[in-house]
Design a protein around this ligand. Structure first.
Ligand code: ASP
Length: 371
């Protein structure tokens, strides 16, 4: 059949028939996450194999990442807001009970995924923010910690020192009367003498390109139950109080036990504008595969910029989706990106219970120049 005829024939197929053509392998233990979730997927799979609940599984998985000081996009060690304070957002959804919980702009509490789960389980609300969320955490005995690691503080200082007024001055650098004008890297080295050159290069890079970063983790078990979590320190150098998509039910995360789950990482503002995770779940309900549904959500984001690739090139966004029948997929706005001289493909993590977690390539909407 010629491609055009095939497309026509397929378009004419009723939705239910199309869905049947794309059937997944059936309910099975399966965990999908953003690329920073290899360990999280493995941990979640361990919980699933022991017969644990799907939400317990993903929360146990992402807790490892929240505790990891080297992941600068989530929990402890996350990059701070413009005042140097780490503020975390998280959400959870439990398919079998169709419940949800979330917290936003939380300071000093490392494990906000667990906190979001407690909001779901122990309150009559869905979302707590800021001071109220902190007090709720205290009531439940969460330990308070300074979440700003030295590495994240160095990056924040690098960012403060990179800001200039119209005359090119900056109050956060050595003054005009300083005996020697230092380059940004030299200045940082002086302030953080034990930091390696590589770490300094990283700090200058994230200062210049405020990164996003998050973990989204979705799990299915052999009973066909499905749950998800998203947890993040959000956009680096954000205005205090800024809340991204991660704790917004329907944007950073959505689960419908009848259909499947979806989540997102990347520039949250664009995701909120299309209610991405909910959109993807609805598209899967109508028969799209997870991958097609993620790509369609990305098309809506591109449409919001009239497909202007110059503007779209200023950010990254990724969607992940897992259907109740075990079919999964992910798609990124861009095929990858250059960072500090290296090309990195857009990827996501999967653990199907057969061995270690693996990275798979995301589908993509647009291709970046690699030069
Ligand atoms: N989506 C998160 C936010 O906008 C950040 C990220 O995933 O990179 O807060």
């Amino acid at each position: 059949m010629r491609r055009r005829d095939w497309l026509m024939a397929n378009a004419a197929l009723p939705l239910a028939a199309r869905a049947a053509q794309n059937a997944g392998p059936g309910p099975t233990n399966l965990v999908v996450s953003s690329a920073n979730g290899l360990k999280a997927c493995a941990k979640a799979m361990e919980v699933l194999k022991a017969g644990g609940d799907t939400l317990d599984a993903v929360v146990a998985g992402v807790t490892l990442v929240e505790d990891d000081p080297n992941d600068t996009s989530v929990g402890y060690g996350g990059l701070p807001n413009e005042e140097g304070v780490v503020e975390l957002d998280a959400s959870v959804m439990h398919g079998p009970t169709r419940r949800a919980g979330s917290v936003a702009a939380v300071r000093n509490i490392k494990n906000v995924a667990k906190l979001a789960k407690l909001v779901m389980e122990q309150t009559d609300h869905i979302m707590l923010v800021g001071e109220g969320a902190l007090r709720f955490a205290r009531a439940w005995g969460f330990e308070e910690t300074n979440l700003l690691t030295e590495r994240a503080r160095m990056a924040w200082i690098a960012w403060k020192q990179s800001l200039r007024d119209r005359e090119g001055n900056n109050n956060w650098t050595d003054g005009l009367d300083s005996p020697a004008a230092l380059q940004a890297a030299e200045r940082l080295k002086k302030l953080f003498p034990s930091a390696s050159d590589e770490l300094i290069a990283w700090a200058l890079d994230v200062a210049a390109h405020p990164p996003t970063g998050t973990i989204n983790c979705l799990a299915l078990n052999a009973r066909g139950e499905i749950s998800g979590v998203t947890t993040t320190s959000g956009l680096a150098w954000k205005i205090p109080g800024r809340v991204g998509d991660s704790p917004i039910i329907g944007a950073g995360l959505y689960v419908d036990q009848d259909v499947g789950a979806a989540g997102s990482t990347g520039r949250g503002e664009e995701n909120i504008r299309i209610a991405g995770a909910h959109t993807i779940v609805e598209l899967m309900r109508q028969g799209m595969t997870p991958r097609e549904a993620c790509l369609e959500a990305l098309r809506r984001i591109a449409r919001n910029f009239r497909n202007n690739t110059e503007l779209l090139n200023r950010f990254d966004i990724n969607f992940y989706a897992l259907r109740r029948d075990g079919l999964y997929g992910a798609a990124s706005l861009w095929d990858g990106r250059m960072r500090r001289g290296y090309w990195a493909d857009s990827q996501f993590a999967v653990n199907d219970g057969s061995g270690e977690s693996r990275l798979e390539k995301c589908a993509h909407l647009l291709e970046r120049k690699r030069g």
